[in-house]
Design a protein around this ligand. Structure first.
Ligand code: FMN
Length: 178
């Protein structure tokens, strides 16, 4: 039986190990629709998405920052999410919503994914991770990279979340309570 949206949210865990199976055209088209239908403030749609399957490019992208991106080298698909900040003052929110919807549609298709933070991260002491990524994807100067989403078939399933990790004290009824 098809899983409910809530069950899919419970099942989604970051996946950093993928099989070598490429992602078929039908799935890629669904992933593309997921980002392009994502909501944006004032319907500004300030974002751009670069879908990358070229192994060499993915390998280079996996070096965008010293920690937390190396696993990307083993992913069959990398989606770079970037935007022109001049097009929207809330481009970060717009890019983040597209990123999580992309991850949820990947989950729905039986694929695994992980968010790689690029914005505010450094490649090295001279270069931001965003500028490094832009060099690889040949993006123009006015764009800023928010994140890269690594996607592929999961090498193994991870345990879904359980009720005992819910931080219930973070939800307040009617007013904030210490
Ligand atoms: C804004 C954001 C940035 C993240 N950046 C990275 C990253 O750079 N590298 C990485 O391996 N995981 C990254 N993650 C994945 C988190 O580590 C992961 O979502 C968190 O540990 C919870 O695990 P789960 O995704 O399995 O629920 C990021 C997640 C978010 C939401």
């Amino acid at each position: 039986m098809k899983k409910s949206m809530l069950e899919q949210i419970q099942n989604r865990r970051s996946c950093r190990k993928f099989t070598s199976q490429p992602i078929g055209m039908d799935f890629k088209e669904q992933l593309i629709k997921a980002v392009l239908w994502s909501p944006t403030s004032k319907n500004n749609r300030p974002w751009e998405f670069v879908f990358i399957e070229n192994k060499e490019s993915i390998e280079q992208l996996s070096k965008c920052k010293p920690h937390g991106a190396a696993f990307l080298a083993g992913a069959p698909l990398a989606v770079v999410i970037l935007a022109d900040p001049a097009k929207s003052d809330v481009w970060v929110e717009d890019c983040s919503i597209a990123a999580i919807l992309l991850q949820m549609v990947a989950e729905d298709l039986g694929l695994g994914s992980t968010w790689i933070q690029v914005r505010l991260r450094e490649h090295d002491e001279k270069l931001s991770a965003s500028d490094y990524v832009k060099g690889i994807i040949k993006a123009s100067g006015n764009l800023e990279v928010a994140s890269i989403i690594a996607i592929g078939y999961k090498e193994r399933e991870r345990e879904p979340y359980t009720d005992d990790v819910l931080l219930k004290e973070r939800v307040h009824l009617e007013a904030f309570q210490e």
